[in-house]
Design a protein around this ligand. Structure first.
Ligand SMILES: Cc1cc2nc3c(=O)[nH]c(=O)nc-3n(C[C@H](O)[C@H](O)[C@H](O)COP(=O)(O)OP(=O)(O)OC[C@H]3O[C@@H](n4cnc5c(N)ncnc54)[C@H](O)[C@@H]3O)c2cc1C
Length: 495
């Protein structure tokens, strides 16, 4: 477990109204909304790591940064005041930790505590939650669980085996476990991968390495974006921080939605535009038709951002190069390609992606029956069919994660408020529409989604079981729609 011990750590009560699992962006957002909107409810955050921040505390590879803008990746209630819109991992970690401190959330977190199982009893309308903490095994009860445990395995990244890996004479590292002592200065580095991590790592390593080769099996769309938002910088000079933040956030939501909509409506035109811009940026050093033209349409997978075109600059200057080919095997001096030829290397970085892990690896039971969340229908992308008093925070794949995390937290508070008003103890989504057809949870073709489709929940063909991935629509539904009509539309409130 990386990170420093965050003082102080909360004590374990015998019972809590809302148990939040995870102290990343989603957990801190949930805690803020709970203590603001439902001050009468007790809550506790259990966090397996020894620090706040989740993703932003875990990842330490050179150059680690956001790949969406901080005005939408930031919390709605805590202005991001950093200079850069595309920010470094350490700055994001500091921001999440500072937000928790400012709002007194850090005192409500118990660190080094992993939840392993949760069993619901309809008789008591409570979850019995078990796990392991610094003092060994523990158990407590909770009326509601808010899963803010992210979507991937924090312990291991996806590491496919490569033939001959043992024979390589240099070092092989995965970005998720970047060794603090690793010195890449003056080394010949090969980064395997074409996703956001590879696109981040290549220019960052190229600043000091002898040379960096990005080796990809198939290309991604890469789009250059200014690291500093010029309009935002002006607004920040003229307006108070909170007002400027709200305006920049609204602008970026609108721009994000518009570009996503354009890309879905005119995929070929948008693809041609992205590839032409990439070619312009790399000059004659490489052929964008080969290295930056994916087989999929824009937004079938997340677009990769290159702040200030740093990847293109590294390729143009010859500090880095890009190879689109298949690996035959690792050899002592580097990587042999299927097409022949060997890329010499002293260091190989396997930016081969994440390993999906749903619900923090927790096992669930309802009234004595073990239940799986994989393949289970999701209500509004956040509650599992047939499972009472459980909410699951899963951000957008086509916009910043936090936009949906904030809305999910608000929806949870609205449910709790309604339960108090109606004196009901539990709420459970039930589908009684036999004509509803089942679809994959995400229409993304990204490797980590495709590899792990069987572990994910599913969505339905119609609202409220359909995942719309549309922030404005979700604002209307999750913040403002009547919960009385939700009660007729799949949600059952039970006394
Ligand atoms: C390198 C990288 C860059 C990214 N960049 C962006 C970006 O620019 N924009 C964007 O929108 N998204 C991005 N993402 C997605 C990113 O994960 C989300 O933005 C966001 O940080 C997720 O926050 P979270 O709190 O939901 O989950 P996480 O950050 O994954 O935090 C989950 C927390 O739950 C804890 N936990 C898990 N299971 C348990 C358990 N059983 N018991 C106790 N604690 C548990 C974990 O220890 C962790 O601290 C990125 C992801 C990665 C890996």
């Amino acid at each position: 477990m990386a990170g420093r011990m965050e003082p102080p750590t909360a004590t374990l009560p015998a019972h809590v109204d809302v148990l939040i699992v995870g102290a990343g962006i989603s957990g801190i957002s949930a805690a803020y909304h709970l203590q603001t909107r439902c001050p009468g409810r007790s809550y506790l955050i259990l966090e397996a790591r020894d620090a706040i921040g989740g993703t932003w505390d875990l990842f330490r590879y050179p150059g680690v940064r956001s790949d969406s803008d901080m005005h939408t990746l930031g919390f709605s209630f805590q202005p991001w005041t950093g200079e850069k819109a595309i920010a470094d991992g350490a700055a994001i970690r500091d921001y999440v930790q500072e937000t928790a401190r400012v709002h007194g959330i850090d005192r409500r977190i118990r660190f080094g505590t992993r939840v392993t199982s949760a069993a619901w009893s309809g008789d008591t309308a409570r979850w019995r939650v078990e796990g392991v903490g610094p003092d060994g095994a523990f158990s407590l009860t909770a009326s509601f669980i808010d899963l803010c445990a992210g979507y991937y395995d924090h312990d291991h990244g996806h590491a496919p085996p490569f033939a001959g890996a043992d024979s390589f004479s240099g070092r092989i590292v995965h970005p998720q476990q970047w060794p603090a002592d690793l010195d890449h200065r003056g080394r010949r580095v090969v980064v395997i991968g074409s996703g956001a991590t590879a696109v981040t790592l290549v220019p960052a390593l190229a600043a000091q390495a002898a040379h960096v080769t990005m080796l990809q099996r198939s290309p991604s769309y890469v789009v250059a974006m200014p690291a500093v938002d010029a309009v935002g910088a002006k607004l920040r000079r003229w307006l108070p921080a909170r007002a400027a933040y709200a305006l920049i956030r609204a602008k970026n939501v609108a721009v994000g939605l518009a570009t996503f909509t354009l890309a879905r409506r005119w995929p070929d035109r948008v693809a041609r535009h992205i590839v032409a811009r990439a070619q312009q940026a790399i000059g004659s050093a490489h052929d964008a038709g080969i290295h930056f033209t994916p087989r999929y349409r824009p937004w079938d997978q997340r677009l990769c951002l290159s702040p200030d075109g740093d990847l293109f600059a590294a390729l143009r200057d010859g500090r880095a190069s890009i190879v689109t080919d298949t690996i035959d095997r690792f050899v002592p001096e580097g990587i042999r390609l299927a097409s022949g030829g060997t890329i010499p290397a002293d260091l190989i970085v396997t930016a081969t992606g994440l390993s999906v892990k749903m619900a923090g690896g927790i096992t669930f039971a309802v009234d004595g029956r073990p239940i799986g969340l994989a393949g289970r229908l999701l209500y509004r992308g956040m509650m599992f069919e047939g499972v009472p008093n459980l909410i699951h925070t899963f951000g957008y794949t086509n916009a910043s994660w936090t936009l949906k995390a904030d809305l999910t937290a608000v929806y949870l508070c609205r449910l709790l408020q309604r339960m108090q008003r109606t004196r009901t103890r539990s709420v459970v989504p039930i589908n009684d529409d036999p004509t509803l057809t089942i679809q994959p949870f995400l229409s993304f073709t990204s490797g980590y989604i495709a590899r792990n489709a069987d572990e994910l929940p599913v969505q339905g063909s119609r609202t409220p079981w359909r995942l719309h991935q549309n922030y404005l629509r979700d604002v209307l539904v999750l913040r403002h729609s009547s919960l009385r009509s939700a009660a007729k539309d799949g949600l059952r409130f039970i006394r």
